[in-house]
Design a protein around this ligand. Structure first.
Ligand code: ADP
Length: 346
């Protein structure tokens, strides 16, 4: 087989590819394969060149029976693991059977699969806990507590709370899926953030009173409107204020502030900043980068106690992305937390 023609053909391919000749030595490897393996390859025996047993088995079998096979190759790319699907195919030449290996990077597909599996496992786990409680109380009400009106009232109260938790979880899941679906559609309505902040604050006033928190508004005058989806921006502010009330401290302040417009280098344009500050326990720094992951909670017990689903900030993140904005979190333990939404003005 013409080795330079083989090398030229492989070099024209975008994916890593290499050809093992009938003598079981690498006849040609393209540049992408050299990059993947960290060698130029040609001339080595394929066993020392490829090294991974699963892939070596596939090559050996193709040499033996000439049937195409799919295999895998695991590599390190920088500091992350990459998974490659390898097609191992026979090439019949005048000198005997050669084997062509073509590599396709399937890391992203594998990761998406893993995320989906984790998500299903998380949702099932979140639903199972309240369901188990509900079923247990139904049994108790049918049996031991049948004729005990006091216990019945108490158990019904717990059942109502557990059912409410499931309803909230389902509502948040639906909301998350809707928000994800719309993430690529640019929102165009003009939204007055000042009016929005005032209206959200008014709606939370009773809850703030119950939580023993003073809700304070510090809003700049004459701020321009931002292009946005009014319902979604309201949801963002609702989630942030709700968290501030849930995780803030009794007797403390929750402040909603609006500033700008000012140049925002991260947005490469002018932006407004809408922030929600609380005086709660704060969030340890190492948790902050993960807060917007679905079901991520700093303190699961506390979150469940206050009726949290662990989805609020994931919803916030998707909405902020759709608006091409940024979400900043600053927190100091024992002092409090500020969530800031930076939104482009135009
Ligand atoms: P949850 O429904 O559990 O409140 P979120 O997605 O809204 O879920 O928030 C994720 C986690 O981030 C919460 O469980 C909580 O641990 C933490 N968190 C969110 N907001 C605050 C805050 N203002 N102060 C302290 N911790 C917070």
């Amino acid at each position: 087989m013409d080795r330079s023609l083989a090398a030229a053909l492989l070099d024209a391919l975008p994916m890593p590819a290499l050809l093992i000749g009938p003598t079981e030595r690498v006849l040609a490897a393209n540049i992408a394969a050299g990059r993947l393996f960290g060698w130029d390859g040609a001339g080595r025996h394929y066993i020392t060149a490829l090294r991974q047993p699963v892939l070596l088995d596939a090559v050996e079998q193709v040499f033996r029976d000439g049937e195409v096979r799919q295999s895998r190759y695991l590599a390190q790319a920088g500091n992350r693991d990459a998974t490659w699907r390898v097609q191992v195919a026979p090439v019949e030449t005048g000198d005997g059977r050669a084997v062509l290996l073509a590599f396709e990077d399937i890391t992203a597909v594998e990761e998406a699969g893993q995320i989906r599996r984790d998500f299903v496992a998380n949702v099932s786990h979140e639903l199972r806990t309240p369901l188990t409680a509900l079923l247990g109380f139904v049994e108790t009400l049918r049996g031991p507590a049948k004729d005990d009106p006091v216990a019945r009232e108490r158990f019904l109260g717990i059942m109502e709370r557990e059912a409410g938790r499931m309803a909230q979880l389902v509502a948040d899941l639906l909301s998350l899926s809707r928000v994800e679906e719309e993430e690529r559609v640019r929102p165009m309505t003009s939204v007055d953030l000042r009016a929005l902040a005032e209206s959200v604050a008014a709606a939370f006033e009773p809850q703030a009173k119950t939580a023993g928190v003073r809700l304070v508004l510090t809003l700049a005058e004459a701020v321009p409107p931002v292009p946005g989806d009014p319902d979604q921006l309201r949801q963002v502010l609702n989630n942030l204020v709700e968290n501030a009330l849930k995780y803030g401290s009794r007797g403390g302040v929750v402040e909603i502030a609006l500033t700008g417009p000012a140049p925002e280098p991260a947005l490469r344009t002018e932006g407004l900043r809408l922030s929600v500050r609380d005086e709660g326990d704060g969030i340890p720094a190492h948790h902050i980068p993960r807060l917007t992951e679905r079901f991520y909670r700093v303190d699961s017990h506390r979150s469940r106690e206050v009726g949290g689903t662990g989805l609020g900030l994931a919803i916030v993140k998707h909405i902020v992305n759709r608006h091409r904005g940024r979400l900043r979190v600053e927190s100091e333990e024992g002092v409090g937390t500020v969530f800031t939404l930076v939104l482009p003005v135009g």
